[in-house]
Design a protein around this ligand. Structure first.
Ligand SMILES: Cc1cc2nc3c(=O)[nH]c(=O)nc-3n(C[C@H](O)[C@H](O)[C@H](O)COP(=O)(O)OP(=O)(O)OC[C@H]3O[C@@H](n4cnc5c(N)ncnc54)[C@H](O)[C@@H]3O)c2cc1C
Length: 198
């Protein structure tokens, strides 16, 4: 008898798990509330460290594809006080080892999506609840499952099935800003920010 592994959430975690299972001959179904892979902008960049994020990609057999889209030169780091005082500056040479290269979230997600068999991801399935036999979705549909994995992000709908713990806002917010074609449109700003995190 084959077991139906159901993963809620086609983010990086859910897709990486589905891919690693696939490499080991176990196919999973991933339910994602977004209607398609392009339905929402995926945000900016991630740095993937060699022992953690990159390790997951090695286990997934995707490290060469990752290197093809990763930006080695994106490893620069500058830390500043709010008044602009420079606290730390690490400029990495162009041939630096791939310790924590930057990658566009959308590129990484596409890489994982393209590595899975067709129809692994069921788009437009917003999970609402589960009982012992069935998963329930916001559109009124349901599906059978044997093993349920919650990979539906910080505000998970799966987590309350296991625990009363709830995420709490820390009181701190982060703002991410993107300037398209910055090297051409605002070269001074591009030079100030550098090639990594500022
Ligand atoms: C500002 C910021 C910067 C970061 N930088 C880095 C970095 O540089 N390097 C790094 O490794 N990590 C970084 N992280 C952390 C990283 O983004 C997360 O660890 C990662 O996205 C978690 O992946 P996930 O798949 O668990 O969840 P998510 O990426 O949140 O994906 C969850 C998925 O579940 C779907 N979903 C949600 N609810 C439901 C539902 N009810 N039914 C069906 N689908 C649902 C969502 O639509 C989404 O597709 C950063 C995080 C933030 C906020």
């Amino acid at each position: 008898m084959t077991m139906t592994v159901s993963i809620i959430g086609a983010g990086l975690g859910g897709l990486a798990l589905a891919r690693v299972l696939h490499v080991h001959g176990i196919d999973a179904v991933v339910y994602e509330r977004e209607s398609s892979r392009g339905a929402r902008g995926q945000g900016g960049m991630l740095d993937l460290h060699s022992g953690t994020g990159q390790r997951a990609l090695r286990e997934a057999g995707l490290v060469d594809q990752f290197h093809a889209v990763a930006r080695r030169q994106g490893q620069d780091l500058r830390l500043l006080e709010p008044d602009g005082t420079l606290l730390l500056q690490e400029d990495t040479p162009d041939d630096a080892p791939l310790e924590r290269p930057e990658v566009d979230r959308a590129d990484l997600r596409n890489l994982l999506l393209d590595s899975l068999p067709d129809h692994t991801v069921r788009w437009g399935h917003a999970f609402t609840s589960a009982d012992q036999d069935l998963l329930y979705f916001a559109d009124g549909s349901s599906a059978t499952y044997d093993l349920l994995v919650g990979a539906d992000g910080a505000d998970s709908r799966v987590r309350p099935l296991l625990t009363d713990a709830r995420p709490a806002h820390t009181g701190q917010n982060a703002v991410e800003l993107g300037i398209p074609d910055i090297d051409r449109t605002h070269p001074g700003l591009a030079a100030m920010v550098g090639r990594g995190n500022y």
